[in-house]
Write a protein that binds this ligand. Sequence first.
Ligand code: SF4
Length: 208
Amino acid sequence: MSDLENLGTVCSSCPACKLAATRKNVVFGEGNSDAQLMIIGEGPGEEEDRTGRPFVGRAGQLLDQILAAVQIPRESIYIANIVKCRPPGNRNPETDEVASCEHWLLEQIQLIRPQIIVTLGNVPTQWATGTSLGITKTRGVWGEFKKLSSPIKIFPMFHPAYLLRNPVRTTGGPKWLTWQDIKTLKAELELLGTKPDIKLEVEQTTLF
Ligand code: SF4
């Protein structure tokens, strides 16, 4: 068993915060343990809690479409959340819950050593960058993750759950901005050495 799998096994019985009392499953994270790209969301929702897998509900399906639009295979990346257990009613994780849970995520990042971290939405972006700015200000702006010994590039994007509530594709709308962001991300991944397998001049947002 790999160190990452071992960590997931230990995490699956974590009792460290009040979310343990209401969860069905710990949602540790999944994907390529050697990923260049790691995506960090806020917390598990109902479907994730039921299945124990991250980003498998409606927001997860939209995330898959966004990645597929620039040919980033989901199996090539690693996906986790800032808290591993579902906050009741899908509320945002609270400060004490994030503080109790962050060591799992830090250990995951340390083991995976991604070159880029994408944070989805306010909570993981503020945690990862230390900013108090909202996601409308921080999305699409490169930053640095400095919580470990070597800095890692951070690229904040809208959470797909936000896009489900605000599916505006016209210029300047949330889906249009996400289309710009995912192309920027793909271009950076290509610079870092992933396969140049997409023509980024394709200009349409109807892919998701
Ligand atoms: S949210 Fe994190 S710290 Fe809280 S019980 Fe779940 S795994 Fe443990």
